[in-house]
Design a protein around this ligand. Structure first.
Ligand SMILES: Cc1ncc(COP(=O)(O)O)c(C=O)c1O
Length: 421
């Protein structure tokens, strides 16, 4: 695609887009505009090539063999853990547990923390803007009650109400870093400070945080931070649970199997040290190394520049989208991240998504796995546009043109219906 104003970008957007071959593809004869990055991001060549290289050259099971390949694969897998450690500034590499993704990371904590510390009648505080994967795992714990920290009309989390929700039964606070529907960036450090004054640990769902914000788990002082590789330009099937050493040591294993043991007899098993205690079975050692490649890619561009670029796109998109008849936005908190959710009066979000799709523009429609947010606004679904580091202003223009066409089509239909009534 032609980029009209390359100087509008904090990095060489043309070169960056060349790293993502899928962006050159066509959908129904139109150049793809991919605005569903909140669901998953596209992958740069370096990530895909790393997967290929590892399968062709260093594939062997890790942590088990004395043979050359197994040792090489183990070294790469552990080096990847160190890359993740550096990316989030954890104190120790053993505070980085590889999982399948955010969902599994949260389930791990809910299950292990639940076993060790939660009894019927205990309370977990979550926010009103959580993805289902930070609601349902807690609901699976028998008798545990969810308390909900609300957000204001504009999508700002009402952190001032947090103290009032905390009781002697509150055992953990689990909140999202960035809302996948509203784009709100929550004040995680402040939440952790409030929680720690009451000796309550904090888990952060970082699925949407990691791709868009510089995350320093020591600076934020969170106890757990969960994220998915595929939302940060890495492969599917790999994710991370960061946990403070002291907390991970206190939690029992999540799953049993190979790799997580120290010694097994039929009478008793002792467990491996961190992080292996939480990594039962063959880990996704290809995924971990590909994830580390993705994180390197992001670091090379720089999260500050990525965030600045995405905020520029958000501001531009809002200014242009406001010109569309009957548009209503959800979530306009100050400093919001790269998600814009909206509906257009009288047009079902699926219809908006379907017409845009025919124009080659991929957006998300539906409840975005955040039904409580939909319930708050009294809607069944929304259209969501979510940006990534490779998106452009020209693509926003395509979206806006597309939406004007959507409005035109549905207006004509309504007029025809009225005329024939
Ligand atoms: C805020 C948030 N949390 C959790 C998840 C779940 O991530 P995954 O499906 O990769 O486990 C998502 C995915 O959209 C998300 O946006």
């Amino acid at each position: 695609m032609s980029i009209k104003q390359n100087d509008r970008y904090p990095y060489d957007i043309v070169a960056v887009r060349d790293d993502f071959p899928i962006l050159q593809s066509e959908v129904y004869g139109n150049r793809l505009v991919y605005f569903d990055n909140g669901a998953t991001t596209q992958k740069p060549r370096s990530v895909v090539e790393k997967i290929e290289r590892n399968y062709y050259n260093t594939n062997a099971n890790v942590h088990r063999g004395v043979h050359f390949l197994s040792q090489q694969a183990t070294d790469e897998h552990e080096a990847a853990r160190e890359v993740v450690r550096g990316f989030i500034n954890a104190r120790f590499a053993h505070e980085v547990v590889f999982t399948r993704g955010t969902t599994e990371s949260i389930n791990l904590v809910a299950s292990s923390f639940g076993k060790a510390f939660l009894e019927p009648g205990d309370e977990v505080i979550v926010s009103q803007m959580e993805h289902h994967s930070n609601i349902v795992p807690w609901q699976l714990l028998p008798g545990v009650k969810l308390k909900v920290l609300p957000f204001a009309e504009d999508g700002t989390l009402q952190v001032g109400q947090l103290e009032g929700l905390i009781s002697s039964r509150t055992k953990i606070i689990s909140v999202t870093h960035i809302s996948n529907t509203l784009g709100t960036v929550n004040p995680i450090k402040e939440i952790a400070q409030i929680a720690h004054r009451h000796n309550i640990p904090v888990l952060v769902d970082g699925a949407q945080g990691i791709p868009h914000e510089k995350v320093d788990v020591q600076e934020l002082d969170v106890d757990f931070y969960a994220f998915s590789g595929h939302k940060v330009y890495g492969p599917t099937g790999i994710g991370v649970l960061y946990g403070k050493e002291e907390w991970l040591n206190k939690l029992p294993p999540y799953q049993g199997g190979g790799d997580m043991i120290d010694h097994v007899t039929f009478e008793k098993t002792t467990f491996a040290p961190l992080p292996f205690k939480f990594e039962a079975g063959t880990p996704d050692y290809i995924g971990s190394t590909a994830l580390s490649e993705a994180l390197r890619y992001v670091q090379q561009i720089g999260l500050d520049k990525i965030a600045a670029h995405e905020r520029g796109l958000v501001a531009y998109a809002y200014a242009e989208l406001r010109k569309i008849d009957g548009i209503r936005f959800y979530g306009e908190a100050v400093g919001k991240s790269s998600v814009i959710s909206f509906n257009i009066d009288g047009i079902h979000p699926y219809d908006v998504g379907t017409v845009l799709d025919k124009l080659g523009i991929a957006v998300r429609t539906g409840h975005h796995c955040a039904q409580p947010v939909m319930q708050t606004f009294g809607v069944e679904g929304m259209v969501r546009v979510s940006f990534a580091l490779y998106n452009t202003y020209d693509e926003v223009d395509r979206l806006v043109e597309g939406l004007h066409r959507v409005v035109g089509i549905f207006k004509r239909q309504t007029n025809r219906k009225k005329a024939s009534a």
